[in-house]
Design a protein around this ligand. Structure first.
Ligand code: PA5
Length: 465
């Protein structure tokens, strides 16, 4: 077993018919499931959804470039945001030790330290620049569109500093761009300045790009076995081939969330991982679910304003923070646990005899047993309270299981788009914000939008003080 999905506690048999899902409800969707499956498979065949085939790509060019970086530089700075950073960040956090940058180089398998520049927070940029020596640093600027304000602002600043530090000619060696093959300002810069570059496949959107050079190249540079990652994704692809919802974990999970949201009012979905390493997987999932399924219109233009709000949580930390709400607050959520069977370490707790032996139950047991017991207890308590929950179990956190997990979420999300009859691959809401930023900042060609913003600014203000 590498990965398994247990949905017992989503069902009415476990939590009752008010909140649980009846088998007949799943059966009643089987025809729709087949239609969506057929549509996805034909789009895959026609090359319209190439993300499906990424597990089978040739990674030769990535491995070659990765070797040069590892030997030539001490630091690797990723500049990107949203789908252009959350994937590689999740892979780093899941598959490298928590204090990776602080470890001596040999404990980092000889790989560079890694930093992320995502936001346009001047203090964050400065902090990264303070921590690195530009002469020993390579920057991977990632933006599919090649024009995102945040990424380009960070990049232009870094580029200027680099030129100051190493000279214009040498600066090129320190920059690798990952962007569209033809479009965008970054591609123009690649052509004029001669940077090394990778391509983001045209038909793969940002949040589905973790298995393209967006995620694979940074992961390889910091020592992740990307072949194993892709093998894990391919394994999941195989598991998700069936049109029968009962045999397909991604389809089953999608169907359960869909019924829970649309019939039982579970408008929030919590991904609660019982492993610190999976924290950023939660962040990556939140973007995937929110941006793909949070939509105003169906594909034929009907206004539905749909989408479950995703929340990430970490067990056990959030048992001491969010769980009270999940247990007794509004019954408007589903909770998906991720449980890891085998941690990288097994730690035995000491036998002690203090405070009337009230702590002796811990002695001689492992910390691993404790985190598993806490996950089981939380799951049982939620179930007793009629709160729908399911569990994904990973045999361990490895490139293989993480590849499988991320691929499963991608298929689940793409498939859910069909259930809601929306397009899960666009993001008009994000684009609107990007355009308004251009207008506020006075980019040419955005005068109409600027006027719109100026009109809005004239409205009465309500402020304190
Ligand atoms: O998933 C998406 O498409 C978005 O979140 C983008 O990844 C994000 O807006 C960044 O865009 P870009 O890669 O073009 O800089």
């Amino acid at each position: 077993m590498n990965i398994s999905f247990d949905f017992t506690n989503m069902m009415s048999d476990a939590i009752g018919e008010d909140d649980g899902i009846k088998r007949s409800e799943i059966e009643s969707l089987q025809d729709k499931v087949k239609l969506i499956d057929k549509d996805l498979k034909s789009k895959r065949k026609d090359g319209i959804l190439p993300f499906f085939d990424l597990p089978y790509q040739d990674i030769g060019s990535i491995s070659k470039a990765e070797e040069e970086i590892k030997t030539g530089f001490e630091n690797f700075v990723l500049i990107g945001i949203g789908g252009s950073s959350l994937g590689p960040k999740a892979l780093h956090k899941a598959l490298n030790p928590p204090y990776y940058n602080e470890l001596p180089k040999e404990k980092r398998k000889g790989c560079p330290k890694i930093y992320f520049l995502e936001n346009v927070d001047p203090d964050s940029l400065n902090a990264v620049l303070d921590a690195i020596d530009l002469k020993k640093t390579v920057f991977n600027v990632i933006t599919k569109s090649g024009s995102t304000s945040e990424t380009m602002a960070n990049f232009l600043l870094v580029r200027e500093r680099l030129v100051e530090a190493v000279g214009k000619e040498n600066a090129k060696r320190h920059i690798i761009a990952t962007t569209d093959s033809k479009k965008g300002s970054l591609r123009r810069l690649v052509e004029t300045e001669g940077y090394k570059s990778f391509e983001v496949p045209e038909k793969v959107g940002g949040r589905f790009s973790v298995f393209t050079p967006v995620g694979l190249f940074p992961a390889a540079v910091i020592g992740v076995d990307i072949k194993q990652l892709l093998d894990g994704a391919a394994y999941m692809d195989n598991l998700c081939k069936s049109e029968n919802v009962r045999e397909n974990p991604a389809y089953m999970s999608a169907v359960l969330q869909y019924i829970a949201a649309t019939v039982r009012g579970k408008n929030i979905t919590v991904l609660m991982s019982y492993a610190d390493a999976l924290d950023e997987i939660g962040g990556w999932f939140c973007q995937l679910w929110a941006e793909s399924l949070g939509k105003k219109n169906t594909i034929d233009g009907k206004v539905i304003n749909t989408g479950q709000t995703p929340v990430k949580a970490i067990g056990t930390n959030d048992q001491h923070s969010q769980i009270q709400l999940y247990m007794e607050g509004p019954n408007d959520k589903t909770i998906t646990f991720i449980r890891v069977e085998k941690f990288r370490n097994e730690i035995l707790m000491p036998r002690v005899s203090i405070d009337n032996d009230s702590l002796s139950y811990l002695g001689g047991r492992t910390m691993n047993e404790l985190i598993h017991a806490e996950q089981t207890a939380t799951e049982l308590a939620l179930t007793k309270n009629g709160r729908p929950n399911s569990r994904i179990t990973l045999s361990e956190v490895s490139p293989y299981t993480i590849g499988a997990l991320l691929y499963m979420f991608e298929v689940q999300t793409a498939f859910s788009g069909g259930l809601y009859s929306i397009n899960p691959f666009d993001q008009p809401g994000v684009e609107e914000g990007k355009v308004l930023t251009y207008a506020v900042m006075g980019r040419s060609g955005y005068d109409e939008k600027k006027k719109e913003i100026e009109e809005m600014a004239k409205r009465a203000r309500f402020t304190i003080p």
